[in-house]
Every structure is written in structure tokens, then in C-alpha cells.
Ligand binder design. Structure first.
Ligand code: PLP
Length: 474
């Protein structure tokens, strides 16, 4: 195909997308294919001659679609939202057409400057300090790695980049924080055994006193505390760590404080949830994912730092071919993250934020929170179900606990309930463990989810729970 032929199939493709959106609710939420089933249907070699686009669209429907788990299905309640929107899809199409590689300002000034502005829009709307600067990263995992590297360099007077990471650095997070922190300390050369997991309280939030005691003990032992990663919204239960107290401790002991709000950060757009970020102005860096709960399709992570100078000093490289006359006057984002090459992700944020407006985004977030409250009420009022944590934001942790069934059977019963729900194709939920208790999680964050979808999942859960109970008795 030549570029001038673009419109030949463009409408067939947009029609495919529009039809997909139309039929999405009728598709099984979780793909039921067996391992290898898709792979076996794809030829082993590149076709020698080019094939027609309509054949590919047919194979997309016949071969690929059955192997897709539909994250945009309104009854997708698993893991965390990775939602999208019509606006975001439009912008992705345009991004692909422009094909920008925004490694430095000169390789597309508009990409760099729109990114700078979009990060300011979000920063200000979320109540983050107005002197912080933001950059778009691919994932929260990369952003947290960047934070750990920056913390490492600061703690070692920028010597680790030169001579390697010393073995006595310490990083702290709670027992509930995301696995990306563990991965980050491995990659940063800090070492997993130097990641100390601080105990949590009943709300599963980090115990600040335990953190401080651990830091003191480490200092006495000649170790060097380097970074604390706290969470606004852990993945399992959306627990919020005491940011203010952790910031105070970090300031007192001169430790980098990185806040991981990958999932729940969007709620900072709501004045009624601003309390979650109290004390954040004293932290050093912050990450949240518009690609989770802000209608912007994967990937798009917003990473903020108080002092971009330290970040750039940690990551900058300057091969001859990247020397430009504008260096120093503009943001060359290649020095703000891991990869050199960068997608033009700001465009989709621009489309989403302009089309929704702040009010529109707030309305959607509040709607999801409200739907979650209603779901949790149903659970609470049902004699055979129980809440395992108070519902928070758009997630509820609960289990099926039919009266009269001995507690030792409950984990197995809930595992089998989850399996039935997910293999029904009608909804998709996942689990976590709270202590040793097998816990079901209901997450309500798909962009277009409505009350009827949540009611449908709740009815499904109740119906299949009855079946499981009968199964348990026989
Ligand atoms: N942090 C938290 C709290 C998360 O919930 C997640 C995703 O589940 C991550 C980090 C990792 O996000 P990403 O996939 O963008 O690396």
C-alpha cells in the first residue's frame, strides 16, 4: 500500500472498531482459549508475498479476537482498570499517523511542549506542588525504577553511576506495596535483600513508627537508607500510607520519598480525596497512571519530581548525534527516563482532558466510586457474603461466607466461585489475600460501566455462589 491509498481501508478499520465497541458487551470478558491455541493458528513464517488487508481484518476477528480478554468490557472487574475512551483511541490513531519519536525537543518540539503542558494541567488539577515538573513514562514500573536510580545517585553523591552500586543502601516499602519496587531494586543493583518491607496496620497502611525504628536500626548498623516508597492506593486493597508522616521521617533522615499512586492517583482530581496526598509537598517524586483510571489507553504514566536537576543528572547521556543548540533551554525528555525513544503520548491526554474537561473526568470518577459503594452495600446486607475491608474508591474486597459453613472451607469455596464467574464469560474478577484470607476483589473502573452492569455481576455472583455452596455440601 502507498500512503495515498490510506483511505482505501481506513473506513473498514474504523468500522471494525465501531462494531467492536457495539458488540463488546456480548463478548466473553475473559478469553477462554487454551495455551498455544492462537499460536498454532498463526503461520510459522512471514508470507513471501504481501497479503490483502481485508484478509487480515478477517483473521483479526476469527483468530485474534477469541484470544483477547476484554479490558474495556463494562463487566471487567479484575486487577485494576486499564481503561480507555473514544477520545483516547482517536488520538492513538493520530499518534500512529504522525509517527513521532520524541526523544529530544528537536525531534518534535510540539511533542515535548504539549507533554510539558499536559503534565502541568494534571499537576495543578491534582493539587501537586506547582514547582514540581512532570514527564510521561511508559509505565509506573519504569517511573519507580527512575525514582530508585535517582535516589541511589543522590545518596551516593552521584558515584554509583561511575563505580557501581555499593552494597549498603537500603530501600523501604510496606508489605503491601507493588512488586515493581522489588523489580526496581533488583535492576538498580541495590539488591532485593536491601529492600525492607515495613509492617502495616489494620487498614493495611505502612506503620510509620516501624519505618522510623527500622531506619534507626539500619543507621546504627552502618547501612545507608536511600529511598522510601510509599503508596497512595496499594494494588490489593487500595490502602493509603501515611504520606505526611513518612515525608517527615524522610526529611529528617535525608531519604528520598517516592509516592506510588499508580492506580488510585486519579482520585486526587477529586477535592474530597485530596486528603490522601496530605504531606506530598515534602516528598521527592510521585507516579500515577492515567492509563489505569483516567480514560487514557495504555500506555501513559505521569511521573513528577520536585527536583528535575537530580533526575537529569542521574540519567543524562550526550552522544555527539544528540547535541543540539537548544540544549539547556528546552526539556529533552530522553534524560528524564529509561528509553531514548519516546512515543507521543501527550496527544491522547490532550484529547481526553479537552473532551471531558475537569468536570467531566470528576463526574466519571465519582460515578465509579458511587457504583462501588452500592455494590458494597449489597454485599454487606447479604447474609451469606461479607466485606473484608471497608469499600474504598472503586474497589471492594469481600468473600462468600455462607452461614453454617466451617471457616476452613471458605478459601476453597471462594476460589471455586471466582473460577465459575470467570469461566462464565459474563464478568471477570480477580483475588488477593488479606493476611491468609482468600479475598475476592470487585473493581469498577471501566470507562463506560453503568449501574446495570454492576447489578448483573452481583446477580451472577449470588447465583453462582449458591451453586458452589450446593457443590460444597455434596
Ligand atoms: N503500582 C501500583 C500501586 C499498581 O497498582 C501497579 C499496577 O498494577 C503498578 C505500580 C505497576 O504499573 P505499571 O503496569 O504501569 O508498571
Amino acid at each position: 500500500l502507498d500512503r495515498k491509498d490510506f483511505s482505501l481501508y481506513a473506513s473498514a478499520i474504523t468500522k471494525w472498531i465501531a462494531d467492536y465497541f457495539q458488540q463488546l458487551e456480548q463478548l466473553p470478558v475473559k478469553s477462554a482459549v487454551k495455551p498455544g491455541e492462537i499460536y498454532q493458528q498463526i503461520p510459522a513464517h512471514i508470507p513471501a508475498e504481501g497479503e490483502p488487508i481485508p484478509d487480515m481484518l478477517k483473521d483479526l476477528s476469527d483468530i485474534i479476537l477469541p484470544g483477547i480478554t476484554h479490558w474495556q468490557h463494562p463487566n471487567f472487574h479484575a486487577y485494576f482498570p486499564a481503561n480507555s475512551s473514544v477520545e483516547s483511541v482517536y488520538a492513538e490513531m493520530l499518534t500512529a499517523a504522525l509517527g513521532v519519536q520524541g526523544m529530544i525537543w528537536e525531534t518534535s518540539p510540539a511533542a515535548a511542549e504539549l507533554e510539558e503542558r499536559m503534565m502541568e494541567w494534571l499537576r495543578d488539577a491534582m493539587g501537586l506542588p506547582s514547582n514540581w515538573e512532570g514527564v510521561i513514562q511508559d509505565t509506573a514500573s519504569s517511573a519507580t525504577l527512575v525514582a530508585l536510580l535517582t535516589a541511589r545517585e543522590k545518596a551516593t553523591d552521584f558515584q554509583s553511576n561511575e563505580t557501581g552500586t555499593p552494597g549498603h543502601l537500603r530501600v523501604y516499602c510496606s508489605t503491601q506495596t507493588h512488586s515493581s519496587i522489588e523489580k526496581g531494586v533488583k535492576i538498580a543493583g541495590i539488591g532485593r535483600r536491601n529492600l525492607i518491607k515495613i509492617p502495616v496496620d489494620e487498614q493495611l497502611a505502612m506503620q510509620a513508627e516501624a519505618l522510623e525504628a527500622q531506619i534507626r536500626a539500619d543507621l546504627q548498623a552502618g547501612l545507608q537508607p536511600c529511598c522510601v516508597v510509599s503508596a497512595i492506593g496499594t494494588t490489593g486493597t487500595l490502602a493509603v500510607d501515611p504520606i505526611k508522616e513518612i515525608s517527615r521521617i524522610c526529611q529528617e533522615y535525608d531519604i528520598w520519598h517516592h509516592v506510588d499512586a499508580a492506580y488510585a492517583g486519579s482520585a486526587l482530581l477529586l477535592p474530597e480525596y485530596q486528603w490522601m496526598g496530605e504531606g506530598i509537598a515534602q516528598a521527592d517524586s510521585f507516579v500515577f497512571n492515567p492509563h489505569k483510571w483516567l480514560f487514557t489507553n495504555f500506555d501513559c504514566t505521569a511521573y513528577y519530581v520536585k527536583d528535575p536537576g537530580i533526575l537529569v543528572r542521574t540519567l543524562d547521556i550526550l552522544p555527539e548525534y544528540l547535541r543540539t543548540a537548544t540544549r539547556g533551554q528546552v526539556n529533552d525528555y530522553r534524560d528524564w527516563g529509561i528509553p531514548l525513544g519516546r512515543r507521543f503520548r501527550a496527544l491522547k491526554l490532550w484529547f481526553v482532558m479537552r473532551s471531558y474537561g475537569l468536570n467531566g473526568m470528576q463526574e466519571k470518577l465519582r460515578h465509579h466510586i458511587q457504583l462501588n459503594r452500592a455494590f458494597a452495600e449489597g454485599v454487606e446486607q447479604h447474609a451469606d457474603f461479607e466485606l473484608l475491608m471497608p469499600p474504598f474508591l472503586n474497589a471492594t474486597c469481600f468473600r462468600y461466607a455462607p452461614q453454617g459453613l466451617p471457616p476452613q472451607y471458605l478459601d476453597e469455596l471462594n476460589e471455586s466461585l471466582l473460577q465459575r464467574v470467570n469461566s462464565s464469560g459474563e464478568a471477570y474478577l480477580t483475588h488477593t489475600k488479606i493476611g491468609n484470607t482468600y479475598t475476592l476483589r470487585m473493581v469498577i473502573g471501566q470507562t463506560y460501566v453503568e449501574e446495570r452492569h454492576v447489578k448483573k455481576t452481583w446477580a451472577l455472583l449470588q447465583g453462582l455462589a449458591e451453586q458452589c455452596k450446593k457443590g460444597a455440601h455434596t
